[in-house]
Design a protein around this ligand. Structure first.
Ligand code: SF4
Length: 266
């Protein structure tokens, strides 16, 4: 979050409609497009991105600890007890590129989609390898609540799209990927009498049958949006553009009034 005003996100890396070079975008940009093509377009074409949010440090800490824990079993080529508990016949995948795939900011796993000349990339949390050599894409999530964790809430569709993009990326990189993916969910207990400096978690593994068949079409749509000079429609689910319009009109009115008053008094 900028404390000294809004700054343009990036000068470099914007989409240039005249360029023949592949355009690289992260999987989160696909999500941005799904949420609101206008927000996606104004960032990709003009570098005007949403203001930064504060980092999710608690969630990041849980992710890091999950990684370390599964890495112990990756090194031993053994099934983690939690996987055994859920009857998952697999081990954390020991591949030389695992660290690269996990690094969303540097490289992650990527693929050049020839139909659109878009390089799509994403940073995974984990991959497990089944007995038959099939890969299971894994994503770590954390939350806190009394209710049992499920994938049923509508807003979790974005989690499903995220894991489907990873499945697609691995398939396009010639890996044998299972339709089944897993969410490893840490649910913090917030019903204790006192904090006492401790937050305890239940860990659940939720299987999910991914379907990546939408991704080719989405990339083609995204390419069309990138090439278009027409401002895309704003999402109906987001109120900020409407808010900005209202606020902008009001501010203009107030400025004009102040100007008139100033002119009248001089
Ligand atoms: S509607 Fe919301 S998401 Fe879309 S451009 Fe406006 S502020 Fe961004």
């Amino acid at each position: 979050m900028g404390l000294d005003g809004y700054k343009l996100k990036w000068e470099k890396g914007r989409f240039d409609p005249g360029s023949k070079m592949p355009y690289t975008m992260s999987r989160s940009k696909v999500e941005r497009y799904v949420e609101c093509p206008r927000c996606f377009w104004i960032e990709a074409r003009y570098g005007i991105g949403r203001p930064d949010s504060f980092p999710f440090t608690l969630n990041n800490a849980v992710d890091e600890l999950f990684k370390r824990e599964f890495d112990i079993y990756r090194a031993k080529k053994e099934t983690h007890p939690l996987m055994k508990k859920y009857g998952i016949n697999a081990v954390p995948y020991a591949h030389e590129k695992i660290e690269e795939w996990r690094d969303a900011f540097k490289r992650g796993i990527q693929y050049l989609h020839p139909e659109t000349n878009i390089i799509l990339r994403g940073g995974i949390d984990d991959v497990w390898e089944g007995e038959n050599g099939e890969l299971y894409i894994v994503d770590y999530k954390s939350t806190a609540g009394k209710a049992e964790v499920t994938l049923d809430d509508a807003w979790k569709d974005s989690y499903k799209r995220q894991i489907e993009i990873y499945q697609w990326l691995f398939r396009r990189n010639d890996f044998n990927v299972s339709k089944t993916a897993y969410f490893v969910y840490a649910n913090g207990h917030n019903d204790r009498e006192a904090f006492d400096g401790k937050l305890e978690f239940d860990i659940t593994i939720l299987p999910y049958e991914g379907d990546d068949s939408w991704i080719d079409g989405a990339l083609k749509e995204i390419k069309g949006c990138l090439l278009s000079d027409t401002i895309p429609d704003a999402s109906k689910r987001c109120e900020y553009c409407a808010y900005r319009d209202f606020a902008g009109k009001k501010l203009l009115e107030l400025h004009q009034e102040a100007k008139k008053n100033k002119a009248g008094s001089s």
